[in-house]
Ligand binder design. Structure first.
Ligand code: AMP
Length: 207
């Protein structure tokens, strides 16, 4: 089964995905992580994407769809899509290449995500996500790698990303509701509680 995690920046998509993926045998496909890797290694795609990502805008659909298509050529079923699709155009492209079994919609208000994002740290080595509210450290608790703040994790950019989400991505809730696939979870909760609810949705959807 393929699954989509939908929700604004800071809803916990990446955090929860990394906690459940192994138990359910999912391959975790995060378009944000893929773009950060392309930018880090300085590929053509990375250069084209950088200004959009830094400004909190969406990278054009054709670039994202091309990148995902390439990745899916090597993948088997059982993909957890994190941060993709983000537009109806992307969802239509995905319909042509993969069946979706469930859409987990992590619902959260802007004021909460601003606080979460401004205290978020990423690991340079394993790509893991940390939050200073979970413990004040400059080393990744999982692998000891150096933690850094993403360029786009500041109040101004996150406010723009939330607005972009509302305008361009939230319509996907209706798109997938029409296919009876959406499970909405209140993401203003502890990681443990959100994770438990997501596990229930994944178990029920797999049956
Ligand atoms: P994320 O790590 O999911 O928050 O993504 C970081 C940034 O990468 C976003 O703010 C966008 O600029 C870009 N991005 C990631 N996924 C997509 C997508 N599916 N479509 C367009 N842009 C994307």
């Amino acid at each position: 089964m393929n699954v989509i995690f939908l929700g604004p920046p800071g809803a916990g998509k990446g955090t929860v995905a990394s906690k459940v993926r192994d138990d359910f045998g999912f391959e975790h496909l995060s378009t944000g992580d893929m773009l950060r890797e392309e930018m880090k290694t300085g590929t053509e795609l990375g250069k084209k994407a950088k200004d959009y990502v830094d400004a909190g805008q969406l990278v054009p659909d054709e670039l994202i769809i091309g990148m995902v298509n390439n990745r899916l050529e090597q993948a088997k079923a059982g993909i957890l899509f994190d941060g993709f699709p983000r537009t109806v155009e992307q969802a239509k492209a995905l319909d042509k290449i993969a069946d979706i079994g469930a859409v987990v919609n992590l619902d959260i208000a802007l004021n909460i995500v601003v606080d979460r994002i401004c205290s978020r740290r990423m690991c340079r080595d394993c790509g893991g996500i940390h939050n200073t509210h979970w413990g004040d450290t400059d080393r990744c608790p999982k692998c000891g790698g150096e933690l850094y703040i993403r360029n786009d994790d500041n109040e101004e950019t996150v406010t723009r990303r939330y607005q972009v989400y509302t305008e361009q991505t939230a319509p996907l809730i209706d798109y997938y509701s029409a296919k009876n696939l959406v499970h909405t979870i209140n993401a203003d909760d502890t990681v443990e509680s959100i994770e438990a609810q997501v596990r229930t949705v994944l178990q029920d959807s797999a049956e």
